[in-house]
Design a binder for this molecule. Structure first.
Ligand code: GLN
Length: 458
């Protein structure tokens, strides 16, 4: 704990943490030492972790990196973090993220950008000092784990926010099956897509963390009452005979040859380890991104209606209650969040609801069916690239057309739309010396196979 606290203090320019909690960390570490002395050792005993600032932490400021939550201090603790502390983990602080988890670069945070600890190499081998994004929305989590500012971290993934930042920082990130972890106490973005999951430096660490994250919870009726397997025991198990699907629709136009090459390399590794490789078709893939950008803003516009300046967080007092609502929301929400609220309100409004929202839900069913068909035909896991590029420069994609930023999620959103488990595993470096990730997608509640296959790639 002390080593991590010192590293955090030395790495403040990365802006990974929005709040460091050294006193709490020391108290938790001391309590952990006492437990250990009495022979009581939890699964995460003494392990120092960072927490995405989307998770409510009792008595510790939680902001979702939005001005509208200002200095909100929750009187309760999220179920996932409750599980982690019950297993002995130590909280180091709260991690930066995109505002309400809306973004792919951590550039929408009210606390400013996070800097990726990785740097590009120039063709002559010298280091280009241009600061790069760590991905998003869980950019503080990915940067902290990559820079050794936490042994692991919590993230959330609505459309790729664990897997894309993991790919950009050379870390392991898993979005479990929808329902595997409780969403209770995590600030909601799009409730039918949001899932909690861990960041770690290795597949094994991610497996150990997920075991602790997962639980059925009466406070989240979408959490599922299934036994949580010992994921760690899947790591290192042979993948001989496993069927790995390669979806041809993920070969998108304009994808850099390096990403294609990495994908081929991944296929070769799995083949060499005894897996059977099978070309599959997921024909509705191309509709996933546009449908996601209807469903996610629709749910967000509803979830964010609670920030009214009355119940918690920021209040800008106006002439009457309506004026107070308007002033508070205008001052409290950043531009990307306002854009999502407007899109969401539009697609849910009378006259447009059937044309946009209902159609997007139908597309969602078709996307899920594509995967169901592949799994029914014997596919155990699907292998794709995690992202269409490596990390880009801060400011490079945030200036103009928001769709350019949305394209980052092209390989990840299908997984949330279908509720499946997905994982990003570091698979190599590009010519600029930046990490690239491969994505594994599994059957519902079969995270075990993902850990098993990922270990071969790692
Ligand atoms: N980048 C996507 C978005 O902005 C996904 C974010 C997420 O998974 N939280 O909606």
């Amino acid at each position: 704990t002390e080593a991590y606290l010192a590293a955090m203090a030395a790495a403040r320019p990365l802006n990974a943490y929005v709040l460091e909690t050294p006193e709490r960390a020391r108290l938790m570490a001391a309590a952990s030492d006492a437990r250990r002395a009495s022979g009581e050792v939890g699964a995460l005993e003494g392990i120092p972790l960072g927490v995405k600032d989307l998770y409510c932490t009792e008595g510790v400021r939680t902001t979702a990196c939005s001005r509208i939550l200002d200095d909100f201090t929750p009187p309760y603790e999220s179920t996932v973090t409750t599980n982690l502390w019950a297993d002995g983990a130590v909280m180091l602080g709260k991690l930066n993220c995109d505002e309400f988890a809306m973004g792919s670069s951590n550039e929408t945070s009210a606390f400013g950008d996070v800097i990726n600890p990785w740097r590009r190499k120039r063709p002559d081998g010298s280091i280009d000092p241009t600061p790069l994004v760590p991905g998003g929305s869980s950019g503080g989590s990915s940067a902290a784990v990559a820079a050794h500012l936490a042994a692991g971290a919590t993230g959330t993934d609505t459309g790729g926010s664990i897997r894309q930042p993991a790919a950009f920082t050379g870390t392991v990130g898993i979005k479990p099956t929808y329902g595997r972890c409780s969403r209770w106490g995590i600030v909601a973005f799009a409730s039918s897509l949001d899932q909690a999951g861990p960041f770690a430096r290795t597949v094994r660490d991610a497996a150990i963390l997920l075991k602790s994250f997962a639980s059925v919870d009466p406070k989240d009726t979408t959490s599922v009452d299934l036994p949580v397997p010992d994921y760690e025991s899947a790591v290192g198990r042979s993948i001989r005979g496993k069927v790995i699907g390669i979806p041809k629709e993920y070969r998108v136009d304009g994808m850099p040859e390096e990403i294609e090459a990495l994908w081929r390399q991944g296929i070769d590794w799995l083949k060499a380890a005894g897996a059977e490789i099978r070309e599959i078709s997921l024909p509705h893939t191309k509709y996933a991104l546009p449908a996601y950008y209807i469903v996610a803003p629709a749910e967000a516009s509803s979830n964010l209606a609670r920030y009214d300046g009355i119940r918690y967080g920021l209040r800008v007092t106006g002439d009457d209650i309506t004026d107070t609502y308007e002033r508070t929301r205008a001052a409290g929400f950043g531009s990307e969040v306002r854009r999502r609220i407007m899109i969401g309100t539009y697609v849910l409004s009378a006259g447009y609801y059937d044309a946009y929202y209902v159609r997007a839900q139908k597309v969602r069913t078709l996307i899920k069916r594509d995967f169901d068909i592949a799994f029914a035909a014997g596919v155990d896991a699907v292998l794709t690239p995690a992202t269409p590029s490596s990390a880009f420069g801060i400011g490079e994609k945030s200036g103009g057309d928001p769709v350019e930023m949305y394209l980052n999620d092209i390989f990840t959103v299908t997984v949330n739309m279908a509720g499946l488990p997905g994982m990003s595993v570091p698979a190599g470096l590009d010519a600029k010396g930046l990490p690239l990730g491969l994505q594994l997608i599994g059957r519902p509640f079969d995270e075990e196979t993902l850990f098993q296959v990922a270990e071969v790639i790692e």
